[in-house]
Design a protein around this ligand. Structure first.
Ligand code: GTP
Ligand code: MG
Length: 681
């Protein structure tokens, strides 16, 4: 019997049962692990035995007993901030502060901070504002004690209360954590039934209203199930999910992977799996279209198992629910499993205090001005609040729920539409409520200025030098790759070859976050951007559109035609041996006018510099028509018998080369320089 099923029977939460099992010395991996009959019997005996008062006490969230409880109460997720030791260097930081600015304060590269934040579960972009709590923790990671600069009297007598709770994944502020609804995103291959499932669950007709039945927008809705409420983000798939991540918003708690039982695992199913994995979000599988006569659920379960999603039915931990969006079957069970998964995750947020959250979508309406769908992640958003959202500010004029009804406030995990913004923010932009309208405007102006000196500059690019710096700083022990190839066979061959490379000098690990067949696409680029990965394209084309996106997002795409070259480059990268790329830069050209033979000097080409410049000791190529007759070095460069270092265009000079003597009139001497460009990877 499964842990969760037994828990249900015994009227315990799965978490409670898990901790009881641990006390009893019964080892299980998770709520979906199986118990032997003997174990089950033991548990029943023990649980039915002791007075039930005991575990009830655990269930009720401890009342917010002011300060000391806090540390112990915190979920395990973020690494505990090293308490500022006496030796930390004090840095006074003016808030609000962006990742980029904080990097300057701390004296580290911004992308190192971004990596570190990623490790902490915070998906921050360069220009994202950090709350004090996060900044302080980050500072302590680098031996700095961040002390907020307090300009005026906004100070609250040194109270540890944080004014602006961050976008969710940041470490919780502590005080009053309460359970919150899970936020769920559906992903899966095209036409496997994402929209239909959501539609059935909401009992409304989204598919019918869409152009061609394809989901075109990102909306958010809450669904009340028997045992709780679930917030659904209706994204059109993993590309949007990852784009939000790149923008700094990791909203999704659980991914529903929709797989059609007839078609099974398809390329986009695999992509979705890898996108969810890269984000560290648990997956619940909805095996859809189970009503079809061609449905082969067992085959799909095997396919899932092959990809590391081992279904419960086969002894694994992955929850797989058979559903039919059309017949409406299995959906209640799906909701129940989502709530179960959520319960295990102990999702919490602090409903008190000023709200923070993320924009899901926004648009400009003719009658209501800018309107944004936002998801509140912390605190409670109230009508009349002043907030900053990206470069915009707002005095919240009205709040609507998903049914278009006006409400006065919205707590954590609640999606609402708000009016009153000064502009239309982008999806994934975070918002924070601030003290008053003046402050909101001040911050938004500050951000607008900053936007002008934008933005995704080079420091975000994953360069080899940076990786080494990070290796040296002990920040990163991994080189992350995303691999695309022309056919399955070559993808597998490359992947296998790469995995066989020993971990380089310092035991650096190679991680392949996604591999697949086909051209590098936009969703690959976004995944790489979100994960700091380098893309390897093996015998695949690269569309200009994708190349441009990669450029904009600072993602390095390297293409190869031969396996050993891929392996060679990666091995060298890991060992720090990547050869710099050699590039020639043309400096100038001179035309030979006359040829002199001078004793002691040999042959001198009397020349006129026609373009650029010729340098003494520089390299030249001797061109006769289109033919290169020699490549040599300038040993003597003279103007009117004077040796000079360089001669520029429009001037005569005498040139001698180290070896070549057989000049002819009208030969062109092309001066060039060899530039070594350190390779990026
Ligand atoms: P995209 O948004 O285009 O990626 O597709 P989607 O995943 O949202 O799929 P959608 O819900 O639009 O469904 C695609 C097709 O599959 C539609 O024609 C649905 O009627 C059909 N379909 C969805 N679920 C089921 C199901 O449970 N059984 C059957 N028989 N058909 C289904
Ligand atoms: Mg759809």
């Amino acid at each position: 019997m499964r842990v969760y099923a037994l828990a249900k029977e015994l009227s315990l939460t799965s978490k409670e049962l898990l901790s009881r099992l641990k006390e009893m010395g019964i080892e299980v991996a998770s709520h979906s692990s199986s118990l032997s009959e003997e174990e089950e019997a033991r548990v029943r005996e023990v649980i039915s035995g002791p007075p039930p008062g005991e575990e009830k006490a655990e269930e009720i969230p401890a009342p917010p007993a002011e300060e000391p409880v806090r540390e112990a109460e915190e979920p395990a997720a973020p690494p505990p901030p090293a308490e500022p030791a006496a030796s930390l260097e004090v840095v006074v930081v003016k808030f609000p502060v962006t990742v980029r600015q904080l990097a300057e304060y701390i004296g580290r590269k911004p992308n190192i901070l971004i990596k570190k934040l990623l490790e902490m579960g915070v998906f921050a972009s360069l220009n994202q504002f950090l709350d004090e709590e996060t900044a302080v923790i980050l500072g302590s990671e680098y031996g700095r004690e961040i002390v907020p600069f307090v300009p005026e009297k906004t100070e609250t007598s040194g109270s540890p209360e944080r004014e602006k709770p961050p976008v969710r994944p940041a470490p919780p502020a502590g005080a009053n954590l309460r359970p919150r609804n899970p936020v769920v995103t559906l992903m899966g291959h095209i036409d496997h039934g994402k929209t239909s499932i959501l539609d059935q669950i909401r009992k409304s007709r989204v598919t019918a209203g869409e152009a061609g039945g394809i989901t075109q927008h990102i909306g958010a809705y809450r669904v009340a199930a028997e045992k709780g409420t679930i917030t659904f983000l209706d994204t059109p798939g993993h590309a949007a999910f990852t784009t939000m991540r790149v923008r700094g918003a990791n909203l999704t708690d659980i991914v529903i992977l929709v797989v059609a039982a007839d078609e099974g695992v398809m390329p986009q199913t695999e992509e979705a799996i890898n996108h969810a994995r890269a984000a560290g979000v648990p997956i619940v599988v909805a095996l859809n279209k189970i009503d079809k006569s061609t449905a082969r659920p067992d085959r799909v379960r095997r396919q899932l198992a092959e990809r590391g999603l081992n279904p419960e039915m086969m002894g694994g931990d992955t929850i797989v629910v058979e559903v039919s969006a059309v017949a409406g079957t299995g959906l209640d069970q799906l909701l129940e499993m989502l709530l179960l998964q959520a319960e295990i995750m102990e999702l919490k947020a602090d409903p008190d205090g000023p709200a923070a959250g993320v924009v899901i979508e926004a648009k400009l309406t003719s009658d209501r001005g800018p309107v944004a769908t936002v998801l509140v992640t912390q605190g409670t958003l109230k009508r009349g609040d002043s907030l900053v959202c990206g470069p915009f500010s707002a005095k919240v004029k009205a709040i609507f729920d998903e049914n278009g009804r006006g409400v006065t406030d919205a707590g954590p995990s609640t999606p609402v539409e708000i009016m009153g913004l000064s502009g239309v923010p982008g999806a994934g932009e975070s918002f924070q409520v601030v003290e008053n309208e003046a402050r909101a405007r001040e911050i938004s102006e500050l951000r607008q200025n900053e936007d002008q000196e934008k933005s995704w500059d080079d420091s975000r690019r994953v360069r080899l030098e940076d990786i080494f710096q990070q290796f040296a700083d002990d920040q990163v022990r991994e080189l992350t790759l995303l691999l695309k190839g022309d056919v399955q066979g070559s993808v597998e061959a490359v992947e296998m070859a790469l995995r066989e490379i020993p971990g380089g000098n310092a035991g650096i690990k190679l991680q392949i976050i996604h591999s697949g067949v086909g051209a590098v696409n936009e969703s690959d680029v976004m995944l790489a951007a979100a994960s700091g990965a380098v893309i390897i394209g093996f015998q695949v084309p690269l569309a200009p559109k994708v190349a441009r996106l990669a450029e904009a997002e600072g993602v390095d795409i390297r293409r190869y035609r031969v396996i050993y070259q891929v392996v060679d480059d990666i091995r060298k990268a890991l060992e720090g041996l990547l050869e710099p790329e050699i590039k020639e830069v043309i400096l100038g050209e001179a035309r030979v006018k006359e040829i002199f033979k001078i004793t002691g000097l040999g042959t001198v080409a009397g020349s006129m510099v026609e373009k650029g410049k010729i340098q003494r000791r520089g390299r030249v190529r001797v061109m006769r028509g289109v033919e290169e007759v020699a490549s040599d070095v300038v040993t003597s460069l003279k103007r009117f018998k004077e040796t000079v270092e360089e001669v520029t265009a429009g001037k005569d000079c005498g040139i001698s080369l180290a070896n070549f003597k057989d000049f002819e009139v009208d030969d062109i001497l092309v001066a060039y320089e060899v530039e070594k460009i350190a390779q990026k990877l």
